[in-house]
Design a protein. Structure first.
Length: 375
């Protein structure tokens, strides 16, 4: 049987790979292995997600850990070259836009192995974002470009990529969300935090542009403090963000802010239980923009741009930048009842993993109607 290698490295990857892995397993036409690069190595940031998503333990764990972008990418490339040489995959499947995504794609293309990029075509049009560079380069060299929405298709065509490489399959992360929501809602997360449904806000911050500059970080936290004066704000703090808060001397004032609750990172199910019952979400995460759109929860994206404009055009997301006054004004409007109503984009229906599995079979010549057999 022809073999697919799935490459994961950070927590956003796991929610995207789980439905694909499950669909391939159920269809039984391909063999597969899961390679965890170890880009995220904290248990709460990585290992617990495998349990929550019902995924098997990784077949191969590289354990590369943290480092600069160059160091991390280089370590992943060095280790993956050995893995690809040993495993001899027919296809390397990468997801998202983290360093492990680009590293795997570069190694595969140099070794003549076809690449599938899940979540292809997303663009923020901001090359100062490392993720944007990873996205663009991965798309250039991937054999199969699997997009979540029509705007992503348009981006790829505009960049001159061939239409026969592009397939709009929907948003695979939504498969995980819809499959896990019922189980998540049974967890006692809200009672344990003393919260009531739709009477609190949730915040996540981790991007370098937001947390590495003390002035920007301080402004965002002051805006959170304003919202916390109206309702509780739960802030699961990413390890990077916690470190920056401590370095900037903002920790003491945060601890004294009434209504603002700093907690450790949560597992997937715990966090889904929290976000799915929130009144409002603040984030700089791409995935949460998508999840809140499907959940129908107002989302304020504290960035100057988004690579997921469909969540703004169709969904519940608003891009509000990082200016505290603008964030506070947008939050106040929502809390006063002037929230944006959205709808779920096409093909965000919980069946994207199955569509991707069929694409892989066709690409590799084992499906009912092969699109392109790759030797």
């Amino acid at each position: 049987m022809k073999k697919v290698l799935h490459i994961v490295g950070a927590r956003p990857n796991f929610m995207k790979v789980a439905p694909i892995h499950r669909a391939i397993s159920e269809r039984g036409a391909l063999s597969q292995k899961l390679v965890h690069t170890g880009q995220h190595y904290d248990v709460k940031m990585s290992d617990v997600f495998f349990t929550d998503l019902g995924m098997p333990a990784p077949d191969i764990h590289l354990g590369v850990g943290s480092g600069s972008h160059a160091e991390q990418t280089a370590r992943v490339m060095l280790e993956l070259e050995k893995v690809f040489a040993s495993e001899k995959p027919a296809l390397v499947s990468v997801v998202g836009d983290v360093n492990s995504t680009l590293a795997a794609a570069l190694v595969a293309v140099k070794m003549g192995i076809p690449i599938s990029h899940v979540e292809a075509g997303l663009r923020s049009f901001d090359n100062s974002m490392p993720e944007e560079v990873n996205r663009i380069l991965t798309d250039r060299i991937a054999e199969l470009l699997l997009t979540p929405s029509a705007d992503a298709d348009a981006n790829l065509i505009r960049e001159g990529l061939e239409a026969n490489r592009i397939r709009m399959v929907g948003n695979v992360m939504i498969d995980s969300l819809l499959g896990a929501r019922e189980k998540a809602l049974k967890l006692p997360v809200l009672p344990e935090l003393g919260l009531h449904p739709h009477a609190y806000a949730v915040c996540t911050l981790h991007r370098a542009s937001n947390v590495d500059d003390p002035k920007v970080l301080g402004g965002l936290l002051s805006a959170l403090g304003h919202v916390a004066s109206r309702m509780p704000v739960v802030f699961p703090v990413h390890p990077r963000t916690r470190k920056r808060i401590a370095e900037s001397g903002l920790g003491a004032s945060l601890e004294r802010t009434p209504g603002l609750r700093l907690v450790d990172p949560m597992g997937y199910l715990e966090f889904l239980a929290l976000t799915s019952q929130a009144r409002l979400v603040f984030t700089d995460s791409g995935g949460l923009q998508e999840e809140t759109t499907v959940l129908g929860i107002p989302c304020l994206t504290v960035r100057e741009n988004t690579e997921r404009p469909i969540t703004v055009d169709l969904g519940t997301n608003l891009v509000v930048g990082t200016e505290p006054a603008r964030i506070q004004q947008a939050a106040d409007r929502i809390l006063d009842g002037y929230e944006k109503k959205g709808r779920v984009p096409p093909l965000w229906d919980g069946h994207t993993g199955e569509r991707i599995a069929r694409e892989y079979e066709q690409l590799l010549g084992v499906g009912e109607s092969p699109r392109l057999a790759v030797m």
